[in-house]
Design a protein around this ligand. Structure first.
Ligand code: DAH
Length: 332
């Protein structure tokens, strides 16, 4: 009996490894069923002890081959080549290790630096309401400053893709009471033509610090310190008067050009400086809008995050960040 089982197992096993089509499989299955019937008939003649042992063996055989039939049936159904599937001589393709995208790497560096300085991180949605993107940032519907930050609408005029991360300021203040220090990294959108310095979708890191006695000197220190920790002590940061409706006074923030060390080159258009952020003391109208007193003190800033990896990795054109040019990525 045991020999008979072993024989069936061997014969069927070798035939099974040659099956290439479902017809062949069906023939093997029906001959297997016949063999099982014969085995069960044979088993009846055995004594109680042997019968139990043989029954166990036949069952194992049945389970094993039913499972193997099923695997082959599925492979045939998927059109797989059963015979060549286990060709161990095929060389595997070379292993390519991936890397984190430069934008995300620099974004992470910024997050780490600000966390070290005691900031926490807040997030806001990319699909925003007009109210948070413009209105409550002191830009009513008729305000000309909206033109500089035109965006894409999902439903005109109220539902849009946020044109900056500054809307997170409003959302955060509506839900929290000062004092606090937050940054908010994220993607923003604008109706901008693609050129070496512009893409219609880019990254920003917003900052907001509100609390008693917060002043412009704190703003200058926090911003300067954060980029020095990334780019090194020799980096220079300059602030110049500027206009944003949601801050007063407002500043444009420039960093000395990394490409030429501030001497003047093509990237910085010969000026030695790169515009990297906007900032200022939060406007009393913004505080009032979120239910704070107009006397509240706080500063805010918004880094254009795309510029920073360009400078960090010395990439001359912003759109390169979004092109999958492997020869470039391999050098970074
Ligand atoms: N939202 C501005 C922009 O996208 C940047 C900015 C300017 C953010 C001043 C601020 C700020 O928080 O206070 O260009």
């Amino acid at each position: 009996m045991k020999n008979h089982i072993a024989q069936i197992k061997e014969e069927l096993g070798s035939k099974l490894s040659e099956v290439k089509a479902s017809e062949g499989l069906k023939i093997l299955e029906s001959s297997f069923k016949k063999s099982l019937k014969e085995l069960f008939a044979e088993m009846k003649a055995l004594g109680a002890e042997d019968k139990r042992e043989a029954g166990q063996l036949i069952n194992d055989l049945k389970n094993e081959f039913e499972a193997r039939f099923e695997v082959i049936r599925q492979k045939l159904a998927q059109g797989a080549d059963v015979e060549t599937e286990l060709d161990l001589s095929i060389a595997s393709p070379a292993f390519v290790r991936g890397k984190i995208h430069p934008l995300i790497r620099v974004g992470k560096m910024m997050e780490d630096v600000y966390k070290e300085m005691g900031f926490s991180i807040a997030y806001g949605p990319e699909i925003e309401l007009d109210k948070f993107n413009y209105e409550m940032l002191n830009m009513p519907y008729y305000h000309p400053a909206r033109d500089m930050q035109d965006t894409f609408y999902l439903e005109y005029p109220n539902i849009l893709l946020r044109s900056h991360t500054s809307c997170v300021q409003v959302r955060y203040m509506l839900e929290h009471k000062p004092p606090f220090m937050i940054i908010s990294p994220g993607v923003v959108y604008r109706v901008d033509e693609i050129d070496p310095q512009h893409t219609p979708c880019f990254y920003q890191v917003e900052g907001l610090v509100v609390g008693d006695g917060i002043n412009l000197a704190n703003l200058k220190w926090a911003m300067t310190e954060s980029v020095k920790r990334i780019f090194g002590e020799s980096l220079k940061v300059r602030f110049s008067p500027c206009y944003y409706p949601y801050t007063e006074p407002s500043a444009a923030v420039d960093m000395s050009c990394i490409m030429c060390g501030g001497k003047g080159c093509r990237t910085c258009k010969g000026t030695g400086w790169m515009r990297v952020a906007g900032a200022g003391m939060v406007h009393p109208n913004v505080f009032e809008g979120v239910g704070y007193s107009r006397e509240t003190a706080g500063f805010a800033f918004g880094w254009g995050l795309n510029r920073l990896p360009m400078l960090y990795f010395k990439i001359a054109e912003m759109r390169k960040l979004f092109e999958n040019e492997l020869t470039l990525w391999e050098q970074l």
